[in-house]
Design a protein around this ligand. Structure first.
Ligand code: ATP
Length: 794
């Protein structure tokens, strides 16, 4: 082994430290005395446990900055798993820089994600700063960790300052504190003006801002996924100098992945990773000496070949066995400590600085609590201990940060603002202008053989004269909707309908007036021919139901008006012209009901519901795709807090939307509102919140924005068609009615319609069921999204 004397001396010295800091005893340098660790006895001379072999204990694992044991992680289903971590064990001592090296795709990011609590292992254990990530009080994810993911994961619409404020508040920092830190970081990372928007920065500058976010709160543990990518060598060196600086006093630990293997020489320890395993875990100097290589790359190649040639690489790390014990690099007179799992665990790099563990031991005087935690160890205490002084501030800060983030993102995005406020108004205006009004300009082909075709004369008498009654009838036809076109023969009029030139044809025979008078005079004595001649014949184009029915109605109404006018002129009771049904003033609505009033409640709710769906589902997915959601989670924001902040934001948006929609519907377009406007507002806002919660479900289920759009659009039509918005539910097959009642918009639409058109109050079942069903849907959607989010994080 090519090793000069000085180097071998250095390694020997180093080993002497490591021997004093093996996994069980090393952490406290004798602190194990009396805590009941397996097989540990205390050496009377110096308090170090003089063991030849020791068992790794939970206590010892908790003493490391990071301790991973037998980690397995796969992606995909358990039937066709893609194994990414395979029985990986790793130990990062406190106060060290740990370089995690390995080829692209070997699982580094996955391992780091599990360490910071972004993902969960399938099996195995992880301890980070003494606790298991994701467990209560571990502080991880949270402010104890600074994480820089591989992707930029920043809000492009934010300025550098706003970005820092956002994360600073999440970490529970005071604004003044953030400002001070920001000034240092701007200077240290050579960032441009703090008011520059992140999206306008160069790629390298964005990465530095991302790095600054990780450094922001000066965390105990820094986990950086390729922070030096795209960074010039000079700046890279200053980053490494910073790492050395912050780890100097043993309070901070840095884990860094990099593709520039040689830069990791400056790390205190490196883990060489391949195919989901650590091939070695040692200090760079030891690795170079052990394998007689000049560069770490050579070491990596050697180890990779070894792993490739024989699959004898044990499931535990190579370093576990070969590292110090097998080579017997230690003081000859001192026992070699090999732990059950990781022989290098607890490597202490005193050539760089004093061990954290020794500090702990000094501070605690060897006193430990029931869990084996040193009493006064700042690093070993969980976040529970700082809860009293920091958690209140953090919660307030998080809420402030999340709300400001949501509003700022909306405010800065013109498209979103238009979507939120201009779109609902536009939809209401379009609805009121386009739907429910009577069609106008309908051509009616008239053939009147009582009329002189050449002169086109058709006299209209207003007195009690029984002449040219057809002309009198034609005069009674509405001119605002019907355009009267005269044709010479029935065939030509029918042809006009067939070719689409007219919506209907009407034909009066040449003795229409005589026959009609005879019909009235003879009554039941009238023969069939008289009856036949007295009837006007109508051919309608019923391909358009609305137009067909309207023409039908107008022709009948015109006959009633014509007959009533004639009867009045002849001093008869005009009522004789009516059918013998007396339609009194309707209990609800009017005798001339408008389709708009029927559809409006459903339209109001549909607009508010689906705008909320679109807004929420895309917002969360974009955040997730850009890695922002994960970054916030790692910073300590919980899914509940994220959902809560969106609920608040959406609520404010919803109030604005509801106000606009109702003002335009009711005040501008005069849609009927007979009920309590307060209840109408509440129900509309609740529906908006329900849509938002449905948006959460979509965003939780869908990985990609396009899938979310497909799901949101896909759900739009079935909901619209089945909710009784455009056609009464009573017209559906019975089975479909039950399904319809289970949809979020159905009962709410009925409820709103009852309030608007009938003026019913909340005490009516039709009304309160709408409220109840909406609230049930909100709770259901929220629960589903929470469950899906939690499951997905696993
Ligand atoms: N969300 C995911 N779903 C499925 N497979 C994934 C997912 N994330 C990563 N993988 C796969 O897991 C393997 C390890 O990926 P990982 O990102 O951890 O590697 P890495 O070592 O960080 O690579 P690099 O250095 O290129 O960033 C790769 O094969 C990758 O395709």
């Amino acid at each position: 082994m090519a090793m000069d004397h000085a180097q071998s001396d250095k390694i020997r010295k180093m080993f002497s430290w490591s021997s004093s800091l093996t996994e069980t005893g090393g952490g406290g340098g004798g602190g194990g005395g009396g805590v009941g660790m397996e097989g540990v006895t205390v050496d009377g001379r110096n308090g170090k446990p003089p063991l030849q072999t020791q068992q790794s204990t939970v206590w010892s694992r908790r003493q490391q900055a990071v301790c991973v044991r037998h980690a397995f992680k796969h992606y995909g289903s358990s039937k066709h798993p893609n194994h990414v971590l395979s029985n990986l064990s790793m130990t990062v001592a406190k106060g060290t820089i740990y370089g995690l090296l390995g080829a692209s795709g070997c699982g580094k990011t996955t391992l780091l994600s599990c360490i910071v609590g972004r993902r969960r292992l399938n099996t195995g254990e992880i301890y980070v700063l003494g606790g298991k990530p994701g467990t209560k009080g571990s502080g991880v994810p949270g402010k104890r960790v600074g994480y820089m993911p591989q992707e930029i994961a920043l809000y492009g619409e934010f300025s550098i300052r706003e970005t820092m404020m956002y994360f600073g508040w999440i970490f529970g920092m005071e604004t003044s504190e953030i400002q001070d830190r920001l000034e240092f970081l701007l200077n240290f990372l050579d960032l441009p003006s703090q008011n520059r928007l992140v999206k306008n920065l160069s790629g390298g500058q964005q990465r530095r801002v991302s790095f600054a976010v990780a450094l922001m709160h000066d965390p105990e543990l820094l986990i950086l996924d390729e922070p030096t990518v795209g960074v010039d060598p000079l700046f890279r060196q200053s980053i490494w100098n910073h790492f050395v600086q912050i780890t100097k006093d043993g309070n901070k630990t840095v884990i860094i992945t990099t593709h520039y293997i040689e830069e990791a020489r400056q790390a205190h320890a490196i883990g060489l990773m391949r195919s989901g395993k650590l091939l070695a875990e040692e200090s760079p100097q030891v690795l170079l000496s052990m394998y007689g290589c000049q560069s770490l790359e050579e070491v990596f190649l050697k180890l990779s070949r070894k792993q490739g040639n024989d699959n004898t690489v044990p499931d535990v790390n190579i370093s576990n066995n070969i590292s110090l014990a097998s080579l017997n690099w230690g003081k000859k007179d001192e026992p070699v400590y090999v732990t059950e799992e990781s022989g290098v665990v607890g490597l202490n790099f005193h050539q760089f600085h004093q061990s954290k563990e020794v500090l702990i031991q000094e501070n605690t005087n060897g006193h430990y609590d029931m869990n084996g935690m040193p009493h006064s160890s700042k690093e070993s205490v969980s976040c529970d201990d700082c809860a009293a002084d920091c958690c209140n501030l953090t919660t307030k800060g998080k809420t402030k940060a999340l709300l400001q983030k949501n509003f700022l993102r909306m405010w800065r995005n013109v498209g979103v603002m238009l979507f939120i406020f201009a779109l609902p108004v536009m939809q209401v205006i379009l609805f009121c202008l386009a739907i429910g009004r009577d069609p106008t300009g309908l051509h009616l082909a008239i053939v009147n053989q009582e009329m002189d075709w050449d002169t086109k004369e058709c006299p209209v008498y207003e007195n009690c004269t029984f002449q040219a009654l057809s002309c009198r009838y034609i005069d009674a036809l509405r001119t605002d909707t019907i355009i009267k076109d005269f044709y010479p023969s029935p065939d030509s009029a029918i042809a006009a309908v067939e070719t689409g030139d007219a919506w209907g044809a009407i034909y009066f025979t040449d003795n229409f007036t005589d026959a009609l008078v005879a019909r009235m005079a003879l009554g039941r004595e009238a023969d069939n021919e008289t009856l036949d001649q007295s009837e006007m014949r109508v051919w309608l184009d019923m391909s358009n139901q609305q137009i067909g029915l309207m023409l039908n109605r107008d022709l009948q109404v015109a006959y009633r008006d014509f007959a009533q006018q004639l009867l009045t002129a002849c001093d008869n009771n005009p009522k004789l012209a009516d059918i013998p049904i007396q339609f009194k003033e309707p209990i609800y609505g009017s005798n001339d009901p408008s389709f708009t009033n029927f559809v409006a409640p459903g339209v109001i709710l549909t607009i508010v519901f689906f705008l909320a769906v679109a807004l929420t589902s895309s917002a969360l997915i974009i955040e997730r795709m850009e890695g922002l959601l994960d970054r916030s989670w790692v910073a300590g924001v919980t899914p509940v807090e994220i959902l809560f902040s969106h609920v608040i934001t959406q609520f404010v948006v919803m109030c604005g939307q509801t106000a606009l929609v109702l003002i335009f519907m009711i005040l501008v377009f005069g849609v009927e509102c007979k009920g309590d406007i307060f209840l109408v507002i509440i129900l509309t806002i609740l529906q908006g919140l329900c849509g938002m919660c449905f948006g959460f479900v979509i965003s939780a289920i869908c990985e990609l924005e396009r899938n979310a759009i497909q799901l949101a659009l896909g759900s739009f039509y079935p909901t619209l068609l089945l909710s009784g918005v455009i056609w009464p539910v009573e017209g559906m097959p019975v089975m479909l009615r039950y399904i319809s009642a289970c949809l979020p918009l159905t009962l709410a639409t009925t409820s709103l319609r009852s309030m608007l058109t009938r003026g019913w109050f909340i005490t009516e079942p039709d009304v309160y069921l709408g409220f109840i069903s909406t609230i049930i849907w909100i709770v259901l959607f929220l629960s589903i999204s929470m469950i899906v989010l939690k499951v997905k994080r696993g």
